[in-house]
Design a binder for this molecule. Structure first.
Ligand code: EPU
Length: 407
């Protein structure tokens, strides 16, 4: 049986690292995944004056004391989506935040209108000139904010600004992803007072003095889901350690429906894949729904003629343009039809081919398809996958796969 240790969550690490700016003090991070999005975040923080030390026990110390209210050049921020978290964190600390472009996966339009609406209600003035977004506030004041959709980014950004604002802030319709809970837990350990209201709204008692804190980054639920999908693709057995199964309820339910045998403990999941599994209908949605970041990997499973039975479908309700990986799967022989927000898949034998990773999770889906395809697959643009998967070659090797990076 292959055994894989799941690393820290990228999408928890990014807002937590940026929110450390609010503390103005040294903070200690354990289980920070060494993925390129996290390393780029550390570069941005260093540019702004933070001091960073990689400690021998694997922890990373970030000293946020001597930071400056600068706008990092776009070469720093345009590589990652998480740089948008500079807005809430720098505004909260300095009353001023500048962002000259945020990057991330290209899913079509990625608006930040909900972030800006909330910053406006907290008292920030918002200007944009020559592609630079500038936020300024002489004093942030608590506000009652209702999000139009449970945006992860807007919830995290507004939590940061509200923590520094005087008085009470309510964030209604907030995102509930485990990475939001992880950010709240870090901010609390740094001195913030944040209440989860029974209806899912958040109540921030702002303006509390913050201090340095240490944190263990939660395990990455998307990395875990990716390796579970990979085990299904190979008809194999895998045990994942350092995982929180409570974050994966929708994913584990889907795997059970497909016919997987699962043994779930507090911190581990073992999966035994059947020789053939049932392709099912999945709809993505905000947590606790099926995560959009596992859409491509599970869709790839529905394409695999050697194992999948029946027609599978993937309905995408979070991102408009998440199906770009389908063009690449078709190059490997997959049969897929897109109709509006839903893609339908009919299993076919897959053939190793030369494909291009369209984005982080789309690239992971191509690896999964390649594991089941006859012959060799070459994936170009593979650096997109390194944005969110740590030690990917070793971990896939633990599943019996041959995966090499060629330069
Ligand atoms: N949206 C708006 N206006 C806003 C904010 C969001 O219309 O102001 C819409 C988006 O267009 C999208 C939906 O709301 O349709 C959800 O967007 P959200 O803000 O939740 O996404 P995000 O914060 O930009 C994070 C993750 C993504 C993940 C989504 C959804 C990070 C750095 N990124 O993005 O992760 O897909 O939440 O869970 O945390 C990935 O890791 O591969 C990845 C893309």
């Amino acid at each position: 049986m292959g055994r894989v240790r799941i690393g820290g969550s990228k999408n928890a690490a990014l807002p937590i690292l940026f929110s450390g700016i609010l503390t103005g003090a040294p903070c200690l991070f354990y289980d920070l995944p060494r993925v390129s999005d996290v390393l780029q975040t550390l570069e941005i923080l260093r540019y702004l004056g933070a001091r960073i030390r990689f400690l021998q026990d694997g922890a990373v110390m970030v000293d946020y004391s001597d930071m400056r209210p600068l706008t990092p050049p776009p070469a720093f921020t345009s590589k990652i989506r998480g740089s948008v978290y500079l807005l809430g964190s720098m505004l909260g600390r300095f009353g001023r935040a500048g962002l000259a472009g945020a990057g991330g996966c290209d899913f079509g339009n990625r608006p930040i209108d909900q972030h800006l609406m909330g910053f406006g209600l907290l008292g920030a003035e918002i200007h944009e000139s020559n592609g630079v977004l500038l936020l300024e506030a002489s004093a942030l004041q608590g506000a009652d904010i209702t999000l139009a959709m449970p945006s992860v980014g807007a919830t995290a950004n507004l939590l940061m600004a509200a923590t520094a604002a005087g008085g009470d802030t309510y964030i209604r319709g907030a995102a509930a992803e485990p990475h939001i809970a992880a950010l709240i837990s870090f901010l609390r350990s740094a001195g913030a007072v944040i209440e989860d209201l029974p209806n899912g709204d958040l109540h921030v008692h702002g303006g509390m003095p913050l201090h340095g804190a240490s944190v263990f980054v939660i395990p990455d639920m998307i990395e875990a889901g990716t390796y579970l999908a990979a085990a299904m693709a190979t008809g194999g057995r895998v045990r994942l350690d350092h995982v929180d199964p409570t974050h994966l309820t929708a994913v584990l339910d889907t795997l059970r429906q497909m016919g997987a045998s699962l043994i779930v403990d507090e911190n581990s999941i073992s999966l035994e894949a059947p020789d053939t599994y049932t392709a099912v209908s999945v709809t993505t949605g905000p947590y606790p729904g099926f995560p959009t970041d596992l859409n491509p990997q599970f869709a790839a499973l529905f394409c695999i003629g050697d194992h999948a039975r029946g027609q599978g479908s993937m309905r995408e309700l979070v991102w408009q343009d998440r199906f770009r990986y389908i063009r690449e799967l078709r190059l490997m022989g997959a049969q897929a039809l897109i109709d509006g927000d839903t893609a339908f898949f009919t299993p076919r034998p897959l053939i190793g081919s030369k494909v291009t990773s369209p984005d982080l999770r789309g690239g992971a889906a191509l690896i999964i398809a390649a594991l089941a395809a006859a012959g060799q697959t070459e994936i170009e643009n593979a650096h997109t996958v390194a944005r969110g998967y740590e030690h990917i070659e070793q971990k896939f090797r633990a599943l019996g796969a041959e995966l090499h990076t060629v330069s």
